[in-house]
Ligand binder design. Sequence first.
Ligand code: NAP
Ligand code: GLV
Ligand code: GLV
Length: 326
Amino acid sequence: MKPKVYLTRRLPAGAMQVLEQNFKLDCNPHDRVMTREELLAAVKGRDGLLQLLTDTVDGELLDAAGPQLKVVSNYAVGFNNIDVAACTARKIPATNTPGVLTDTTADLAMALLLSVARKVVPADAFARAGKYEGWAPLLFVGTDVHHKTLGLIGFGRIGLAMARRAAGFGMRILYHSTRAAAAEIEERVGAQYVDMQTLLAESDFVSLHVPLMPETRHLVGQAEFEAMKPEAFLINTARGEIVDEKALVRALTQGEIAGAGLDVFEFEPAIEQELKQMDNVVILPHIASASIETRTEMGLVAARNLIAVLLEGATPPNCINPEIYG
Ligand code: NAP
Ligand code: GLV
Ligand code: GLV
């Protein structure tokens, strides 16, 4: 008998195929996020759960699933939607999908940076609206990216991948993270470890690459915006709650910073109304890992983690609470 797995939203075909081959798979039939009630009912009696960052996994959900539940596999690298302690208390391994989305996410962070600096989105809208009447010296004049200073907050997989891209643009790269990287890594991309104040004061672009956790909630708020240059831009492809979104609106309104490129929002999917009215803000609906190649790979990694636990009785490759194995 194949183990019973519940999937909270359809994934790309390549991943669906592997899941269907290996498991008795049931899936959310709707093309939308499941409601909490639907999710609590759907998990009952499953051996494994494959869920998204829009699904909260907590003690209540694990208990609703029942004692048969052996693994929760997150279709994301970020796992702030999971109460890891609740999983650990029940000896349930929780897993994520690190690595396979690193370059895709950094590509989009760079796309946001370039778009906001060079006014790509409003210029496109202008041209489409039939307003283009000929080349003009001051038409959509933006700011240069090359040779500017990029400040990376969080220098893990994606932060480093962003540094590699920025190096190609001849940018000066500063970073702040829990600790300095090895000298050879710093040298390879030309990145320099600095304290947060220096990073904020010197960067033309500040890009966030830390996980969301209690220590990083509102890591960037009013004081940080005040410390940034008025010509600087904020890029956020990490998590919305890392930025105090009200303070961001205020900083943009008061000209404390020049603009922002955002893929994530504090109260996602809700977005501050004022942000939507600003031409110097690029707003994307959380698509940083959204390439067909990467979304398929993420599904395969999530499936691999389920297979390890449910079919092989092994430690899953991407376990985020390895302490349960002693
Ligand atoms: P990672 O490799 O774990 O990198 C995170 C880095 O942040 C690590 O170097 C970590 O240091 C550092 N860090 C942790 N707490 C910090 C703090 N308080 N101050 C400064 N630095 C801190 O993770 P990743 O794969 O790069 O992913 C980063 C995050 O991006 C994910 O957690 C996820 O939320 C987000 N993400 C978003 C999208 C999207 O679609 N928009 C896609 C992918 C990922 P230590 O290693 O020393 O803890
Ligand atoms: C996406 O936001 C992820 O964490 O993978
Ligand atoms: C612009 O199109 C130029 O030729 O400088």
